[in-house]
Design a protein around this ligand. Structure first.
Ligand code: BTN
Length: 248
């Protein structure tokens, strides 16, 4: 085992605007990688594609990890994939739950989103100067309080029928992250593991990007993290978007 990097220093806050924003400030100040910023509440939590991330105070896991990975920018999606895999593995280890991943990095339980990941990076020349890996996992509350979300989203409590120990779940996720990060630093790939956890390969999907909506068969995810979509005779490579699996 190498030395632990992720979580060797953890700063905890009651309330922040966004742990990603705060972690970015620490990164700009030159803090070492592995720093975790965790908060009980975010007043301006951010999601992918310009969305908000809103979670009741003190119920969930909301944290960001500062990394300085030896990766070229096009491989940054690996960081999001490792976060999604880490959350899925932690849910399996702690609660025997079988989470499924949805490209690019949502974690689903019973086909509903339980965790979202927002990776933001800063590029310097040909390398990533740093990356901020933000993880938001819905834990101890019920989506029935949010009927407009309950069709698409869930919480660990809703799935298990009871509240759980958030700190041991956090420790397990950080431990998983640290393991994957060691592999990234050794130049290893875990794309096979990621593909195996995806619930959508071979299925008909709709992808809503920033500009357009496409439908086709989800063929694969390539080593730069792009989704390969077969639309008629064409294969399209997508780098962002929201996937819906269409019923056969
Ligand atoms: C998404 O699915 O849209 C991504 C959601 C990411 C939310 C987490 S919570 C901790 C971190 N801080 C943020 O402002 N966002 C991420």
């Amino acid at each position: 085992m190498g030395e632990q990097i992720i979580g060797r220093k953890i700063l905890r806050y009651e309330q922040v605007e966004s742990t990603n924003t705060l972690a970015r400030e620490f990164a700009e100040q030159g803090q070492a990688e592995g720093l975790v910023i965790a908060a009980q509440e975010q007043t301006a939590g951010r999601g992918r594609m310009g969305r908000k991330w809103i979670v009741p105070r003190g119920t969930s896991l909301q944290f960001s990890v500062l990394l300085r990975p030896p990766l070229a920018p096009q491989y940054a999606p690996r960081l999001s994939f490792m976060a999604a895999l880490s959350v899925a593995n932690a849910l399996a280890r702690q609660f025997n739950l079988k989470a499924v991943l949805k490209w690019p990095n949502d974690v689903l339980l019973h086909e509903k989103k339980v965790c979202g990941i927002l990776t933001e990076s800063s590029v310097q020349g040909e390398q990533l100067a740093y990356a901020i890996l933000g993880v938001g996992l819905n834990v101890n509350y019920t989506m029935s309080a949010f009927p407009e979300l309950a069709r698409f989203a869930t919480t660990v409590q809703d799935v298990l029928g009871e509240a759980v120990d958030r700190s041991s779940l956090e420790r397990t996720i950080l431990d998983e992250l640290d393991g994957y990060y060691a592999r990234i630093r050794r130049g290893e790939s875990f794309l096979g593991e990621y593909r195996a956890r995806l619930g959508m390969l071979g299925k008909r999907i709709r992808v809503a990007g920033n500009q357009e909506i496409l439908e086709g068969i989800a063929k694969d995810v390539d080593k730069e993290g792009a989704l390969i979509l077969q639309t008629g005779h064409k294969q399209v490579k997508l780098f962002a978007g929201d996937v819906t699996i269409l019923k056969a």
